[in-house]
Structures are given as structure tokens and as C-alpha cells.
Design a protein. Sequence first.
Length: 82
Amino acid sequence: AVNASWDAGRAVCVLDISSPAAVIAATIDRLRPHALIDESGRTLCTDPTPNDRDLCAIIATSGTGGEPKLVELSATARDAAA
């Protein structure tokens, strides 16, 4: 699913399903994803954030307080690290 998303030019953010439901919902609201993928399959979302940059991943940090920070990783950075 991650590779297919990257091939389609979409960024990926993996969320911890053990997080409280309210935290997951708030993070999804902030991300405005194109689709959600879970054990039941892929669900398209309305009003997704366009990805017109070199963005390949968004990492939700654990944060030390408050809501998680969303850290962006470019495809160039991913490729350099690999």
C-alpha cells in the first residue's frame, strides 16, 4: 500500500492504531488524506490535501505534550537515506 501510494505521487502517514480514537481522528482531520487504508480496505476521503511537492511521508511524532507534530519527509530525503 505504501509503495502504491508513492507510485501514485501520494504521501503516506502511518498512524498507531493503539492511540486513543480522539487523537487518531484529530490527526486525520489535520492531514486531510486522499485515502485511509486499514484492515477493511481503502476508503477515499473528501477534500484531500493536494500533494504538489516532493513530499512522500508525514510522520506524526509522539510529542511531549498536546497534539502530535506532523513532520514532513521529502522523496529526495527518503531516497538519500535508503
